[in-house]
Ligand binder design. Sequence first.
Ligand code: COA
Length: 281
Amino acid sequence: MDVARTAVSVMGLEDKETTDSSPEANLRKALRIFAKTPTALAAFYRIRKGKKIIKPKKTLTFSENFFYMCFGKVPQKEIVKAFDVSLILYAEHSFNVSTFTARTITSSLSDIHGAITGAIASLKGPLHGGANEEVMHMMNKIKKPENALNWINTALKNKEVVMGFGHRVYKSGDSRVPTMREYFGKVAKIKKDKKFEKIYDIVEKVMIKEKNIYPNVDYPTGPTYHLMGFDTDFFTPIFVISRITGWSAHIMEQHAANKLIRPLAKYKGNKHRKVMQLNYR
Ligand code: COA
């Protein structure tokens, strides 16, 4: 996520249209950020493994190219389809924290690169986009399906926050989950690895029964990206390459009808405080 955030910030430094926030320039810049960010991330994916950078191919689709640039090959159609579906589900989701961040930055009439850089910082947090990585850490801690029941019961007893569950808006289920759950199952079948699906089902069942808390979309995407072969710290950057589209649309909308976003804070502290003069302290 630090690489994604820094890459977009550097793009802002290099882009000849950074200071032009007209709708036309914003659309061109959004497309450039959307095209370059996965390329930059895939390059980093390879470099840190000591491998050569792979350039994208014009003949491949957006998702095929991302696999190709990371792994040097394109997987089966069904895997690419599952990745495509995850990107579609992640692309836009109204006034979530990162989108609100992007809107707020834009509202001072700042530029799209700055707004997306800030949005990436916001998405990184484990209560937002970072949850898909936390889900994988949790599943790795559980290790095998036989441990899942005990693990989740202990977590609930200790009042732990279970990652990939709950949502500020969806209180009776995230509408994106059934679709992603289906594709998680398809990927697990292709990879002949049902372990994470079994853990998934046990934890979900207990969370709904004991807490009436449902999974959010990060719950199925985490293990799906793992089965696809991505390193865990790449799950939220994958979310970024998709959400750039949603953020960009909001940023352009904000620029088109701007009003400064400036909430008021309600002060609840001491009413009167005596301040001692410096020479008496
Ligand atoms: N695990 C355990 N308990 C949870 C929970 C979770 N994932 N999500 C909510 N709860 C509990 C809260 O602790 C609270 O309990 P309390 O009333 O005993 O204090 C209760 O459920 C109500 O939660 P609420 O305050 O309505 O949730 P919120 O709107 O403040 O929080 C999230 C929403 C997303 C921040 C929260 O569900 C969470 O932290 N989830 C895990 C991170 C995650 O998956 N984020 C991705 C979101 S798309």
